[in-house]
Unconditional design. Structure first.
Length: 75
């Protein structure tokens, strides 16, 4: 899937991946997609919860090596 911006959150622990994703989503227009790469085990729970709470759509989630990839469509 195509994306409009990317955030490499590898090496960051909870809650930093979600906080940085929130900040990175701010300048994006509604409907644009942010790709987040994270290796924090808590991100598996935190990112979907963040999307649900903020109204964003988690359009994709996958493992890539030792990290997880999240595709978030801005509300």
């Amino acid at each position: 899937m195509d994306y409009d911006a990317e955030l490499d959150a590898r090496g960051l622990l909870c809650p930093l991946p979600v906080l940085k994703a929130r900040k990175r989503l701010e300048p994006l227009a509604s409907g644009q997609v942010l790709r987040v790469v994270a290796d924090d085990p808590a991100a598996i729970v935190d990112v979907p919860h963040f999307c649900a709470e903020a109204g964003h759509e988690l359009v994709g989630q996958a493992d890539e090596g030792d990290a997880q990839i999240y595709l978030i469509r801005k509300a």
